[in-house]
Design a protein around this ligand. Structure first.
Ligand SMILES: *Cc1c(COP(=O)(O)O)cnc(C)c1O
Length: 397
């Protein structure tokens, strides 16, 4: 069975976790501090703050830019539901805008017309690791003095060219970027997240909020020579990352370059192999973007049933996923108002299939995935033809 994704984990991670346990410092100790520093350096960020997940990172990012109950935050529906949920945790209203069909990311034209007096922030997503069009999004945001948060859950190691220079996603280019280390992502800590920013004041807020709103972190009290009484000036949360997770994360971070290089090689090879599969549309990388290929999303030929193709591929030993979900179609979001048609988002969910992509994948496995896709589409078309013939036959009799 070929899985959809597979984390790259080895003795490096296992030893790091073991050492962290034996050190006796399990929460927000030296491992977390080192992981933050190394992550900031890896993406070129001024500050990095580790938290328990990307979802909790998004929540804190929205709070930091001042999102309050009743505010509107513009985002895409075409994303994992956590993007929308984080806005709703603030008591704010997600305002969904559509995506463009080429890179499955927020449509800057749709953004421009969605901004109202109630808009408090823009939450854009680098979906599946493909950078969204930050140049246009930031221009619109700046014209409206609107903060931009980047949901970079999938985008560690992705790059974007701005003003003629390549940058890692996460400097950040907006005000705050949020990353995920869930095992389905490119690098993992089991669960975990990171906030990056160039604003010292945001970073300070994250550190207070992630630890119950405590004025002085436990670690400072442990190492203090005199007695310190902490206080709790604001409402906080328990969104901490443990030192065991951070130790694993540091090992993973050292693998980031080779992992992304391998994913890019596999994506290039998919592209070549898919030329043989009629009418299947492989994903496009714009000249200004370099994806980490967190997910490899192909569009099926018109009229070909997604579920049938996925089922036939499953029978051939290939795991797939449907195109990225649309939050607005889920029962959990019935109360979220609709402002704009989300046609392109809905089509992407219904017409696309994600193919397996992980660094350990062999050429043979990749050939098998493409053959299974080709076979599944051919068998679907054949059955459809047979159905049409039977139908017209029964009419004639
Ligand atoms: C995975 C994902 C998240 C959630 O990340 P967690 O670390 O699991 O909370 C948020 N947004 C997007 C776009 C994702 O793909």
């Amino acid at each position: 069975m070929i899985p959809i994704a597979k984390p790259v984990l080895g003795t490096g991670e296992a030893d790091a976790a073991r050492d962290a346990v034996l050190s006796g410092s399990l929460i927000q100790g030296p491992q977390v501090a080192a992981f933050e520093q190394e992550f900031a350096q890896a993406v070129g960020a001024g500050y990095a703050c580790a938290v328990s997940s990307c979802t909790t990172a998004l929540h804190l990012a929205l709070l930091a830019v001042g999102v309050r109950p009743g505010d509107e935050v513009i985002t895409v529906s075409h994303s994992f539901i956590a993007t929308t949920n984080a806005i709703r945790y603030c008591g704010a209203v997600p305002v969904f805008v559509d995506i463009t069909a080429d890179i499955f990311n927020l449509d800057p034209n749709a953004l421009a017309v969605a901004i109202t007096r109630r808009t408090r922030a823009i939450l854009c997503v680098h979906q599946m690791g493909m950078p969204c069009d930050l140049r246009q999004i930031l221009a619109i945001a700046r014209a409206h003095r609107m903060p931009v948060i980047e949901d970079a859950a999938c985008a560690v190691g992705s790059e974007i060219r701005l003003d003629g220079t390549w940058h890692m996603i996460g400097r950040p280019h907006g005000d705050i970027a949020c990353f995920s280390f869930h095992p389905g992502k490119v690098i993992t800590t089991g669960d975990g997240g990171m906030l990056t920013t160039s604003h010292a004041n945001y970073d300070r807020l994250f550190r207070v909020w992630r630890q119950h709103g405590m004025s002085s972190p436990e670690t400072a009290r442990h190492s203090a020579a005199s007695v310190i009484f902490e206080d709790y000036p604001v409402l906080g949360y328990n969104y901490r990352m443990t030192d065991v997770q951070a130790a694993i994360g540091r090992s993973q971070l050292r693998r980031l370059r080779p992992i992304v290089a391998r994913r890019r090689a596999l994506a290039a090879r998919y592209r070549q192999l898919l030329q043989k599969v009629a009418d299947v549309c492989p994903p496009e990388e714009p000249a200004w973007a370099r994806s980490n290929w967190q997910s490899y999303c192909v569009r099926l030929p018109a009229g070909v049933a997604q579920r049938t193709v996925m089922q036939v591929m499953l029978r051939s030993g290939v795991t797939t996923r449907r195109g990225v979900m649309c939050a607005h179609l889920e029962p959990a979001c019935v109360s979220v108002p609709r402002r704009q048609p989300l046609t392109v988002s809905e089509q992407a969910q219904a017409e696309c299939v994600l193919l397996p992509l992980f660094p350990q994948m062999s050429d043979l496995e990749q050939d098998h995935v493409v053959a299974a896709l080709q076979g599944a589409i051919a068998s679907f078309k054949q059955r459809r033809r047979a159905r049409v013939t039977r139908f017209s036959g029964s009419h004639a009799s």
